[in-house]
Design a protein around this ligand. Structure first.
Ligand code: ZN
Length: 143
């Protein structure tokens, strides 16, 4: 079995991992850019809690301080959206920044990362719903 020989690696596994992790980095950058745009488009005008995440600063943080920088970015990603959604009565919400950091540190490994994947899905889900809600407010009658 060639894969068990010391010093050998599966090239295709690493290419796959590269695509997966690279894809998640880009996806998270888009999340931050979406938050910044949401701030300009809605939060600023409606005087609701800011969703400005300083997207490129978050990217720099993740590159310059691996690990801790990622946790700070995670904190910002969740707390910005959480605090913004909290003023809209009845809007489904996500855990706040501190809760998601604690979940990531203490629970993620216990659940093989499934709980993190679940909250990442939920983050996007409630943000999508919220954006649709804003769109409906702007153009009444259109769903
Ligand atoms: Zn909003």
């Amino acid at each position: 079995m060639s894969q068990n020989v010391q010093g050998t690696r599966s090239y295709f596994l690493w290419v796959f991992l590269g695509i997966v992790t690279g894809g998640m980095v880009i996806y998270n950058l888009l999340n931050f850019l979406d938050l910044d745009e949401h701030n300009t488009r809605y939060a600023n005008k409606e005087n609701t809690p800011s969703t400005d995440s300083q997207a490129w600063l978050m990217v720099l943080l993740c590159i310059l301080i691996p690990g801790i920088g990622g946790l700070i970015a995670l904190y910002i990603k969740y707390s910005k959206l959480h605090d913004h959604l909290a003023v809209y009565q009845g809007a489904p919400n996500i855990p706040d920044g501190l809760a998601i950091v604690l979940i990531s540190i203490f629970l993620s490994w216990l659940t093989l990362g499934i709980i993190t994947i679940y909250y990442e899905w939920k983050w996007q889900h409630v943000f999508n719903e919220h954006n649709r809600w804003h769109a409906r407010q702007e153009t009444p009658g259109i769903r």
